[in-house]
Every structure is written in C-alpha cells, then in structure tokens.
Design a protein around this ligand. Structure first.
Ligand code: FAD
Length: 383
C-alpha cells in the first residue's frame, strides 16, 4: 500500500525488534505501521532489569545501536563486574576493562528500553496500532511478535532494597537447572531471577532456593517484592523469510541460546529485516543474518549443548579457570566459531532441536513458517 508517495510496511509486534525495524523504515523515508497486540509496548515485562550484552562484537553495543539510527536515550548503567558463585558458594569475580553489559529496564516503566524506543518511533512518525493484531501480510512485512514457545524461562522477584548496586550470579543445577540465577541491584531497585533451561514445572522450588542462597551469600534484602516471570524462544530457524514476509527477533528464534540474551539480537535483526525490505531484496536478509547473527547463534547452541553437560562440578572448574581473564574477552572468544563448531552442531546439537515449523503452501499469514516455501534453504556453516 502507498500513502502520500510512501510505501507502507507492516510490522507485527512492537518489541525491540519491531520498533528497531520501524525506525529504520521511517528514517529511509517510508512509512512503518506496527500492529501491537497489547495496549502498550513492553507489556510482557514488569520493570525488571535486563542486561544488554556487550561481547558479541568489538564495537560497543550502544555505538552499534546508534549506527543503526537507534538513540540510546533509555536509562542504562554499565556493569564491568559480576560476582559469580559456583555451586559450593565460592565467589568468583568476573571483571572486564570495558562494560560487560548495560543494565536496562524493561516494561512500561519510565526510562525503560521499550518506552524509549516507542517514543523515538512515534517522534519519527511510526504508526502504532495498539490492541490490534495482523494475521496476513499479502504485501509482505516484518513479523516481530516475540517468542511462540518456551525454550527457557526466567522467574523470580522484583523488589525494593537498601543494598548497594551490584550484579551477582550463581551457576548451580539446584537453583537454575542448566542455567543460572542472578540478582541485579541499581539505585534501590532489584531483580532476582532463576533462568531455567529444564525442569520448568518445579520453578517455585528453584526460585525459593535462590532466595535462600542469596540471603546467605550477599545478604539479599527485599522489600515490597513482587513475583515475575517470562519465557524465551531460542530455536534457530532454518529460514527467516517466506517471500516478502521477514521474521526478526524472537519470532525467528533469534536469541542467545546459551544464556538467553535476546535484546541486542532482536534490534539488530529487526533493523536488518527493514533494510532488506527497503531494498526489495528479502533474500539478502538471510545473508545478513548469516554474517552477523547466525554464526553466534550456532556457537551459542553448541555452547549450550556443552554447558548442559557440565553439571555442578563442571561449572566450578570453568569459573575457577577463567577468574583472572578479562571477562569480555573471554565471552568474545566463547562466542567465536571454531573449526569444530559446525561439526558438533551437525553431529550432536541439531538433531535434538525441534524447530517450530508448520507447513502451509503459498500462504501470506504471519504465524506459520512454510517449510516448503521455494526460498527455503538450510542454515549455513559458520566460518
Ligand atoms: C524474564 C526475562 C528476562 C530476560 N533477560 C534478558 C537479558 O538480561 N538480556 C537480554 O538481552 N535479553 C533478555 N531477555 C530476552 C529479551 O527480553 C527478548 O529476547 C527480547 O525482548 C525479544 O525482543 P522481540 O522484539 O523479538 O520480542 P518481544 O520483546 O517479545 O516483543 C514482541 C511484541 O509483539 C507483541 N505481540 C505478540 N504477538 C503478537 C501478535 N500476534 N500481533 C501483534 N503483536 C504481537 C507482544 O505483545 C510484544 O510487544 C529476557 C527475557 C525474559 C522473558
């Protein structure tokens, strides 16, 4: 559709991926129209703290976002240190010279990433249709409607506190099976969460063990605590487009399957999807994903497969071995493909993954992912 000489590009979902895509479209002189199911952005979050990872490129994540035309005018705090406990309760100081991650707020609260992106989008002229969904895109568009299944869940508490600012984590299958638990405190507010990659139905037990652990080890003090939780989707999809419909962010399974960091990848993939549609070359989106994100996703998948095999003893030895190494450099190395990454991926990892694919022929709907579409192609090997 065309309005006042501008092409209208539809987007389904106003999360970081959809809003980043919309900003790129609007800045290119076209018109972005987002359909958002909820009444506001960030509705699946609750003012919780999340970490914007800063290790999957040499470029600082804030500069990378700015280079895409996304202003970093949300509240953020750089963190260069995390105290990570092993399952025995021994603390390991994980430090980096440059920020390891930026703490940001999610949800409808003021200063959150979601509210800042929404405001930028509205200022740029993006049309956001709240409370509306779109289920067909005959003219094409971008699907950024977030996770459609749970590969990982996070559950815990948001609270007020008189603790000093800091980031603490624990890796233990007794508190966060195959994952990790964390406490993030900034300016009197805190988030405690157990990120579980297995055994979801015992979520309450794990969270309560985390509370006990952090009370004992960091004198966790919570006031006015509220329960919160959410899920994430991190299955690497073979294809991220069907015709002119492109999938970005968690709707495409674009998320770090090792630790569940998805915000940066959501915004990058949203921006790349928008650029590909603007050039009328949807296939180039796959190339961009291959170059910038899929290689990390494949490494993250392999790392997750290895991590799941560590167990409590393995967590201890990994932490002990990396204590005196710059944490950002260590993480950068951990996310780089090695000669054996593709081998392990194809031999062991891929066959355990169940991709979210439903087969429809020649359709333009936003929710299915046509496995038989002519443009389907297998994922590429990281190089
Ligand atoms: C508890 C928790 C903690 C996390 N912590 C971190 C962290 O520390 N660091 C990090 O990087 N990542 C973290 N993540 C992951 C990160 O939040 C997501 O990867 C990121 O928000 C994905 O962005 P998105 O735009 O793809 O999807 P979303 O943020 O989920 O946005 C999708 C939007 O689409 C809307 N929608 C859904 N269905 C439809 C539909 N049919 N039509 C229209 N609109 C629709 C939704 O309402 C939502 O607004 C965490 C996730 C959870 C749940």
């Amino acid at each position: 559709m065309v309005i006042a000489n501008k092409n209208i590009i539809d987007i389904s979902g106003a999360g970081p991926a959809g809003l980043a895509a919309a900003l790129v479209i609007q800045q290119a002189g076209e018109h972005a129209r987002i359909y958002e199911r909820q009444k506001d952005v960030g509705s699946r979050f609750h003012g919780d703290f999340q970490g914007l990872e800063n290790w999957t490129s040499d470029t600082d994540v804030l500069l990378e976002l700015q280079s895409l035309g996304i202003q970093t005018n949300f509240d953020y705090q750089a963190f260069n240190e995390v105290v990570c406990f092993d399952p025995d309760g021994t603390p390991h100081h994980i430090r980096s010279r440059l920020p390891l991650f930026y703490l940001v707020k999610r949800g409808t609260v003021s200063g959150s990433l979601d509210i800042a992106l929404k405001q930028q989008a509205l200022d740029a002229g993006v049309e956001i249709c709240f409370g509306e969904t779109i289920s067909n895109m005959p003219a094409g568009g971008i699907v950024t409607h977030g996770p459609q299944r749970a590969d990982v869940i996070a559950a815990g508490y948001l609270f007020e506190t008189d603790m000093t600012d800091g980031a603490w984590a624990v890796v233990s299958d007794d508190m966060a099976p195959k994952g990790y638990a964390y406490v993030l405190v900034h300016e009197g507010r805190g988030t405690l969460a157990s990120c579980m990659f297995a055994d979801f139905h015992k979520e309450r037990d794990y969270v309560s063990r985390c509370v006990d652990f952090f009370q004992q080890h960091i004198h966790l003090s919570m006031k006015n605590e509220k329960r919160f939780g959410g899920a994430g989707n991190s299955v690497l999809h073979n294809i991220a487009h069907k015709g002119n419909i492109l999938y970005a962010g968690e709707a495409a399974g674009i998320q770090d399957s090792l630790f569940g960091f998805g915000m940066r990848w959501a915004m990058l993939s949203g921006a790349e999807a928008a650029k590909a549609l603007l050039m009328n070359k949807p296939g180039e989106y796959e190339d961009q994903l291959d170059q910038r994100l899929r290689k990390f996703m494949m490494v993250a998948d392999v790392n997750r497969w290895l991590y799941q095999r560590l167990g409590n003893r393995g967590y201890h030895s990994v932490l002990a071995r990396h204590q005196n190494i710059d944490a950002r450099e260590w993480m950068q190395r951990a996310y780089q493909p090695r000669w054996w990454t593709a081998l392990v991926y194809y031999l062991f990892v891929r066959r355990h993954k169940k991709p979210f694919l439903r087969v429809h022929e020649d359709c333009d709907c936003t929710w299915c992912r046509c496995a038989r579409h002519p443009q389907e192609k297998p994922p590429r090997l990281p190089v």
